[in-house]
Design a protein around this ligand. Sequence first.
Ligand code: SF4
Ligand code: SF4
Length: 202
Amino acid sequence: MKYPKIREIKEAVISLVSPAYTTSFPKKPHKPYKDYRGKPVVDNDNCVGCETCANVCPPLAITFEDDREKGIRTIRRDYGKCIFCGQCQEHCITGKGVKLSDEIYDMASYDRTDNVEYQEKELLLCKNCGAIITTKEHYVFMHKKLGPKAYSSILNLNVLNDKLKLSAKDEAEVDIHDELKRKDMFNVLCPNCLHEAQKKNF
Ligand code: SF4
Ligand code: SF4
């Protein structure tokens, strides 16, 4: 019993004269270590709303909601649930849509909604049945990524069609109101409707 007690007294004395091991946050800002994994930060210009990050997020901190009527996809990122694993950054298809920052201590809040962020992306819908194909930005991204190989897909060709002006604000009204015809295969269709249009006689 004698030696442990001496050791404990020695440690107590050292602690008294040593600087505090813990930080003074929030009195002083927290200085993270190199490669510290903190809050993921989205770069909306490089995020195409593809849903990949939501599919790899372990605690389901990222969720998507599609509104067909408005043609809008809403992305919700709840950093109160985030475990800072970095999977969203690792698997982001553009490589630049989301990156982990070194911010984490400053996320402390009494209101959970302070750590929820939203984005909105315009959807690409089938002109015949209204099925969701993906977001327009996602489609344009894939098209650029594929380069000349994009021409092997008829949908890609149609997206390229100037008349459709998919990436422009004043998109032409090209919805199909009558029965699906073979010529409609040159419109923006989901795979099911495209298949149906290709089966039609001229
Ligand atoms: S860091 Fe991990 S937990 Fe946080 S949003 Fe990204 S994938 Fe989800
Ligand atoms: S994976 Fe990247 S591009 Fe796709 S929604 Fe997530 S952040 Fe955006």
